[in-house]
Ligand binder design. Structure first.
Ligand code: HEC
Length: 137
C-alpha cells in the first residue's frame, strides 16, 4: 500500500511539474548559446570548430561603435553568413562558412547581445586566439 501511494505521489509530481518546466520560458543569451551555438563555438580559446566567442566579441567592439550596430550586424550575419560581411574573413578560410542559424528573431537578438557582452578588455584586440586568460571567467 505504501508503495502504491508513493508511486501515485511520484507520478503526480511528474505530470504536475513537467508542463511548468516545458512551458515557453524566455531563454537568456547564455542558454540560447549553449543550445544552438556551443556545438561549434567555445567561449574562450582554444577553438572547437569555429572561432571562440570572446575574440569575436573583441572584433565586434573594434568594428562597431554602439551595441545596437554590432548586434544588428550579428543578427544579419547569423541569418545569412557570407564572406563580405564577416568581421573575420580569415576564420572562413580556416573553419569554413558558418551555416545560417534558424532561430526566431527574438532569440537571435538575445544571443547576439550576449555575444557582444562577452567582450573582455583584458584579452586585447585581434589575434586573441592563443591564450585564454580572461579575468572575468
Ligand atoms: C555548425 C557550426 C556553427 C554553429 C552551430 C554556429 N556557428 Fe558561428 N561560426 C561558425 C564558423 C565556422 C564561423 C567562422 C566562419 C564564418 O564567419 O562564417 C562562425 C562565425 C561566427 C561569428 C563571427 C561572425 C562575423 O561577423 O564574422 C559569430 C559572432 C558567430 N559565429 C556566432 C554564432 C552564434 C551566436 C551561434 C548560435 C546562434 C553560432 N555562431 C552557431 C560555426 C558555427
Amino acid at each position: 500500500m505504501k508503495r502504491v501511494m508513493s508511486v501515485c505521489i511520484l507520478s503526480g509530481l511528474v505530470s504536475g511539474f513537467s508542463p511548468a518546466i516545458m512551458s515557453a520560458k524566455t531563454l537568456n543569451g547564455q542558454e540560447i548559446f549553449t543550445r544552438n551555438c556551443s556545438v561549434c563555438h567555445s567561449v574562450m580559446p582554444p577553438p572547437k570548430n569555429a572561432p571562440p566567442v570572446t575574440p569575436l566579441a573583441s572584433r565586434y567592439h573594434q568594428r562597431f561603435k554602439t551595441k545596437n550596430e554590432g548586434v544588428n550586424h550579428l543578427v544579419a550575419y547569423l541569418k545569412s553568413p557570407n564572406k563580405d560581411n564577416a568581421v573575420d574573413p580569415q576564420a572562413i578560410t580556416r573553419f569554413g562558412l558558418m551555416p545560417a542559424q534558424i532561430l526566431p528573431d527574438s532569440e537571435l537578438r538575445t544571443v547576439a547581445e550576449w555575444v557582444w557582452d562577452q567582450y573582455n578588455p583584458n584579452m586585447g584586440m585581434g589575434g586573441g586566439m592563443g591564450r585564454g586568460r580572461g579575468l572575468n571567467q
